[in-house]
Design a protein around this ligand. Structure first.
Ligand code: NAP
Length: 486
């Protein structure tokens, strides 16, 4: 069992502790780590602006962990007794002096920046200026939430500020997709089995689809989303990370830098044709009013906080090529969107047809073999193969070979944030994004954003609850290639 004994006692500072992410993800993840005996000598200090008393904060924490099952009342009480509220603004130097007092007696420190992105720089600079970025007695690490920059220049400036206060080894840029079990299992699938790697290349693979679909709209975050859009919010980070893990070469070993070296090579090998000819290879669109899960929902342009003439895309699809011997000529098509028919994240590898087709009536196409890796919901892996329908005739039907995490290992798959927090406590940053990966992906995405900034006029629309805009079909219009059903 992995332990973090050497890393304790530990104090975790959450900047932005009264926010949504702490409530939904961070506090439940920390409580689960505590229940699983991954945290014993620890304190959690929540830093935020609201005038909350300690009692009120602890009541709030009790609510935040209410849905984590399998805990006794005593365990809940002990966890809640370990949290402390530090009321201050990020701009007030006194807040950092109070922070120092809270850190006393704890050789190891983790700072979690769960703040609005506009506050990252203030907090990082202040930690540096107050001498809180280093410790002589233990480790100091900083976890930075997404978004990491909104273009190449802002990502570079954030990286250089971070690196002026912390060493790269202390910096953990989170992309919670990498904490998902199935994403890690993709590496196990590829490199822990002998049968996949030989066919994982342009001789056998026709194309690869990566889908990150949401059925939710922008909700109350219209203001934030207006400045982001699907390309920034989903493609530059999560979807590119999935692409890198799907396409990377086998690393020399499983050390963090060996894996991250291979991932960054994939992003650097992206063929510039996609951003040189964005109108051929990239599609963007916005959702209009429609029906999702049986309820009528508004279109993007009438959501709260959204400019009625907004040009922010809620859907983006890209056709990418990799300049490498392994992948030359194989399209990787990526798509993401809000208000699609359902929530689903999936990587699917579509194999070439066999060279001859003897089965079935003349002209009837065989289905391609598809290996699909479902990241959410119902994490698992399915391989579609063609099978003979029992009977006297020779008729073919695709069937699937399924592996579902839930049925193979039981339902207790750890939450992504839990795994990633634990890795940060152990000092393992394999599943965090390195500065060069982030800058390489921004450098590519920036060129598409630059092109869009020269365009005017309304964006194509797709009905909420649909599979996305018709325009995206063209990205896969070759032969029998089709998008998988969302
Ligand atoms: N929410 C999610 O599901 C989600 C998912 C992925 C990534 N993220 C990222 O995680 C980060 C946090 O998101 P969130 O949704 O939790 O944000 P949020 O709900 O807006 O919370 C922001 C937090 O920052 C505090 N804060 C803001 N300005 C401050 C200041 N000047 N001084 C002191 N405290 C200040 C707020 O304190 P008060 O409220 O007390 O003023 C609050 O605790 C963001 O970078 C976001 O992009 C969020």
């Amino acid at each position: 069992m992995d332990t973090v004994d050497a890393a304790e006692p530990l104090v975790i500072f959450i900047f932005g502790v009264t926010g949504d992410l702490t409530r939904k993800k961070l506090m439940p993840a920390l409580f689960s780590l505590y229940l699983n005996e991954r945290l014993s000598e620890f304190r959690i200090v929540g830093f935020a602006r609201r005038e909350w008393s300690q009692e009120h904060f602890r009541d709030q924490v009790r609510e935040m962990i209410a849905n984590v099952g399998g805990a006794s009342e005593e365990q809940r009480n002990r966890f809640v007794q370990s949290v402390v509220y530090l009321q201050s603004t990020f701009e007030d130097p006194a807040g950092y002096e109070k922070l120092r007092e809270h850190a006393a007696g704890f050789p190891n420190r983790i700072y979690y920046l769960s703040t609005p992105p506009g506050a990252y720089e203030e907090v990082i600079r202040s930690l540096g200026e107050h001498g809180l970025a280093r410790s002589d007695t233990g480790y100091v690490r900083i976890i930075v939430e997404k978004p990491f920059g909104r273009d190449l220049a802002s990502a570079q400036s954030l990286n250089s500020l971070l690196q002026s206060c912390f060493d790269e080894s202390q910096i953990y840029r989170i992309d919670h997709y990498l904490g998902k079990e199935t994403v890690q299992n993709l590496m196990m699938l590829r490199f822990g089995n002998g049968i996949f790697e030989p066919v994982w290349n342009n001789r056998y693979v026709d194309h690869v689809q990566i889908t990150v679909a949401e059925n939710a709209g922008v909700g109350t975050r219209g203001n934030y989303y207006e400045r982001a859009g699907a390309l920034r919010d989903m493609i530059q980070n999560h979807t590119f990370q999935l692409l890198a893990i799907t396409a990377m070469e086998p690393p020399n070993d499983t050390s963090p830098d060996s894996i991250r070296d291979e991932k960054v090579k994939i992003i650097r090998s992206l063929d510039p044709v996609t951003h040189r000819e964005p109108d051929r290879h990239v599609v963007r669109a916005q959702y209009s009013a429609g029906v999702v899960d049986g309820s009528e929902v508004a279109g993007y342009l009438t959501e709260d906080g959204v400019d009625p003439e907004s040009q922010t895309e809620t859907y983006a699809a890209l056709r990418l090529y990799l300049d490498s011997w392994r992948w030359a000529g194989v399209p990787f098509v990526l798509r993401t969107g809000k208000r699609l028919s359902r929530k689903a994240t999936e990587i699917s590898v579509h194999f070439k047809h066999p060279p001859l087709h003897f089965f079935g009536p003349a002209g009837s196409p065989l289905q391609r073999n598809v290996l699909s890796i479902r990241i959410q919901p119902q994490e698992g892996i399915t391989l579609n193969v063609n099978a003979k329908i029992p009977g006297y005739a020779t008729a073919v039907r695709p069937v699937s070979m399924d592996f579902a995490y839930g049925s193979a290992f039981g339902p207790a798959v750890p939450e992504a944030y839990e795994r990633l927090l634990f890795d940060a406590m152990k000092g393992d940053n394999t599943l965090y994004t390195r500065n060069d990966e982030i800058e390489a992906s921004w450098s590519f995405i920036n060129r598409i954003l630059d092109h869009w900034s020269t365009q005017d006029g309304p964006l194509p629309q797709y009905a909420a609850g649909s599979a996305g805009p018709d325009e995206a079909r063209g990205l896969l219009a070759d032969g029998d290639r089709r998008w998988r059903r969302v």
